[in-house]
Design a protein around this ligand. Structure first.
Ligand code: ADP
Ligand code: MG
Length: 457
């Protein structure tokens, strides 16, 4: 981003934050650099850095991204040779012409309606199995709209395991049973969007009134607001106001609240006050069940379509990632079969889904794990494999052993051989140690999780 561009963006912020905030907090910001998605600004004082970071970081981030800059984070630092100066107390209004042009460029934002509900995402179409039965039962309970017994309900789990589906199902059910209730479903991203818009249009009162008047609030993918301080702050207040009025709140996240990085402690603990249930990765039976249900649904679109024995079982076995991929595979299979007018048998399946099957076939090797782990901990590959017993090598080594046991089909002796010829009991000990540490040491748990994701990606 160039200085000129920042100059223009800065003026855009005038409308968002108002003249007095602008002159005090935004005007003095000096753009330093944008690298790897982090935009750095110089500020004259520490105090100012903290204040801007707490109160305006979201708005700035939003403005940068809207203008096409790819920025994940903004940081503020006090630079010794900064020419940034505290703004004078009395500043004249921005020239009228500029103010007018700013107005015309930023007031194009439209009122965002509540996110539409997907008509396919109902309880009828949700297949229940061991991995999701608790989440399903909790969702059912909340959807009955009785007295609020747990607040909030937090559903968490990996991508494509049915969080959004369950939330929509709750909303549909509530609408049916109690149409008078004001049910608001939206993603955390939309929550932030509305919040920022309210700020820029100076309609914070409307925003607060709107959000405090809902009977049931559902916020999907709440991990999105992590690190976005003023949005979190507003979320926290909205949350408290609704809980005080005994209104039901339903939240989803891609991991347990306690494990969401950069989520404020008080928000975390608020989320943990309710009922927290997770959706586990699907198992074979659930996947098969989902496939069978989907086939029934597809029958309407493709009447007379035949599926040979064993095809669904094969798919449930082979595609074990998320349900979305599984569904996509089936949809493609149906479209393809109806196009070529053939029965869906193994041969057609293999042809049609070659790429999907290959992707899920990818095997993770012990060597790959060792490489990733040594990169992650910034040590040499040879130190992971070698004999040194230093803690700073031993721990990563154990993490790598643990991941090798989890992610490959190698036996303990085979893993031991790949770690410089170690004994299988050493590997076993390492695996056990990490299992224990994962429970008591959040950092280890997080390291393992990050590495696992990176390896499975
Ligand atoms: P998430 O929000 O957890 O990422 P979604 O709710 O969007 O996942 O689910 C992804 C897709 O998989 C959706 O089309 C959804 O209908 C389907 N799906 C997930 N779990 C189930 C289930 N148990 N039964 C039926 N469909 C499911
Ligand atoms: Mg979702």
């Amino acid at each position: 981003m160039t200085q000129e561009k920042w100059g223009q963006l800065k003026l855009g912020l005038l409308k968002t934050v108002g003249q007095s905030n602008y002159t005090t907090w935004i005007e003095p910001l000096e753009f330093e650099q944008l690298q790897d998605g982090v935009a750095v600004f110089n500020v004259p004082t520490n105090f100012m850095g903290n204040y801007v970071s707490q109160n305006f970081a979201d708005v700035i981030l939003y403005e940068l991204n809207t203008a096409g800059e790819k920025v994940q984070r903004v940081t503020f630092r006090v630079s010794a040779n900064s020419t940034a100066k505290p703004s004078p107390r009395l500043v004249s209004e921005a020239p009228k012409a500029v103010a007018a042009s700013v107005e015309s460029t930023v007031s194009t934002g439209e009122e965002l309606p509540a996110a539409p509900l997907d008509t396919r995402f109902t309880f009828d179409t949700f297949v229940v199995g061991k991995p999701n039965e608790l989440a399903h039962a909790a969702a059912r309970r909340v959807s009955e709209g009785g007295p609020v017994t747990f607040n909030p309900l937090v559903l968490y789990g990996g991508v494509g395991l049915g969080k959004t589906h369950l939330m929509h199902a709750i909303a549909w059910e509530l609408r049916k049973r109690q149409p008078e209730l004001n049910v608001l479903y939206l993603s955390a991203e939309q929550f932030m969007y509305r919040f920022v818009q309210a700020l820029r249009e100076r309609k914070m009162m409307d925003f607060k009134v709107l959000f405090r008047s809902v009977d049931v609030l559902m916020v999907d993918d709440v991990q999105f607001i992590a690190g976005k301080d003023s949005t979190q702050e507003e979320f926290f207040h909205t949350f408290n106001a609704l809980v005080d009025q005994n209104k039901q709140i339903i939240i989803s996240a891609d991991r347990a609240p306690g494990e969401i990085k950069d989520l404020e402690e008080r928000v975390k603990s608020r989320l943990q006050c309710g009922l927290v249930v997770d959706l586990h990765p699907t198992d074979y039976e659930l996947r098969l069940g989902i496939l069978q249900a989907k086939v029934q649904q597809h029958r309407d679109t493709y009447p007379g379509l035949e599926i040979a024995n064993g095809v669904l079982e094969f798919l449930a076995q082979r595609i074990s990632t998320n349900v979305r991929v599984l569904e996509g595979a089936l949809t493609r299979l149906f479209a393809f079969a109806s196009l070529v007018g053939r029965e869906i048998d193994m041969e057609l399946t293999q042809d049609c889904l070659a790429d999907v099957l290959r992707a899920s076939e990818r095997k993770i090797t012990v060597e790959e794990i060792q490489r990733k782990v040594s990169d992650y901990y910034n040590i040499r590959l040879s130190d992971i494999i070698g004999p040194k017993r230093l803690r700073s090598y031993a721990r990563p080594r154990q993490v790598a052993m643990y991941l090798a046991k989890q992610l490959t089909s190698r036996s303990l002796p085979e893993i031991g051989r790949r770690f410089g010829g170690r004994d299988h009991t050493t590997v076993m000990h390492g695996v056990k140690r990490i299992e224990e540490l994962k429970v008591i040491d959040g950092q280890i748990a997080e390291d393992v999780e990050i590495l696992r994701r990176a390896l499975e990606a």
